[in-house]
Write a protein that binds this ligand. Structure first.
Ligand SMILES: [Zn+2]
Length: 210
């Protein structure tokens, strides 16, 4: 199967018209290596692009994407190590000082988790269902008085907080936080409005960034 023309055409346009203006920057990054400002863990969702939201240039952010922007806990078993490997590389090799978990509205992964845990759909042995299990502790503290739509929105945010707790559960990461070498941030982005909320770890609430 040949590469679809969409990719060829878009790439050619970039190489002919964008790359020439950025050539020096790319050469510098190749020669000197990367020195990103922060690590961002975001969802695979095609509507969320951290580089666009934060107006990034090449080399600005070390980005890891997975379904529902999750971080498993230190105690997790039978789970993919790729997210943990990415975090470890970022903090140990790249000396990242800021690690952002970027969640978002209408997240398919979070909705799937809600449907699974509320028994709207049956759990299977699929890798997706196993992955989504990371969200379970967040689901268990949901306010059940909320309607379904608000429950899912709340779960999107609680899951970010859960992932922050999971990151901190790694002793060597926690050690870096205590020594002020690493800051963990939780953000939630609303697609339709473009609004961003920040998790205040003191008040334990999500607040508008500005
Ligand atoms: Zn998502």
């Amino acid at each position: 199967m040949p590469l679809p023309n969409y990719f060829k055409d878009r790439y050619k346009d970039w190489k002919d018209n964008v790359f020439p203006n950025k050539k020096n920057s790319y050469r510098f990054l190749e020669k000197e290596g990367q020195n990103p400002k922060a690590m961002i863990i975001s969802c695979c969702d095609s509507r969320i692009d951290p580089n666009k939201i934060f107006k990034a240039e090449e080399g600005d952010f070390f980005i890891h994407r997975n379904i529902a922007n999750l971080v498993p806990s230190f105690e997790s078993k039978n789970i993919s190590y790729e997210t943990l490997a990415a975090i470890k590389y970022a903090v140990k090799e790249l000396n990242i000082n800021d690690l952002i978990i970027l969640g978002h509205s209408s997240c398919g992964g979070i909705k799937h988790a809600y449907q699974l845990f509320s028994k709207e759909i049956d759990e299977t042995e699929s890798v997706l269902d196993k992955w989504i299990n990371i969200i379970k502790p967040a689901y268990e503290i949901l306010d059940n008085h909320l309607n379904k739509k608000d429950c899912i929105k709340s779960l999107e945010k609680l899951s970010i907080v859960n992932s922050i707790s999971n990151i901190i559960s790694f002793p060597e990461i926690n050690d870096m936080i205590l020594k002020n070498k690493l800051n963990i941030h939780g953000l939630w982005f609303e697609i339709s409005s473009g609004n961003m909320m920040y998790y205040n770890q003191e008040s334990k609430k999500f607040e508008n960034i500005y």
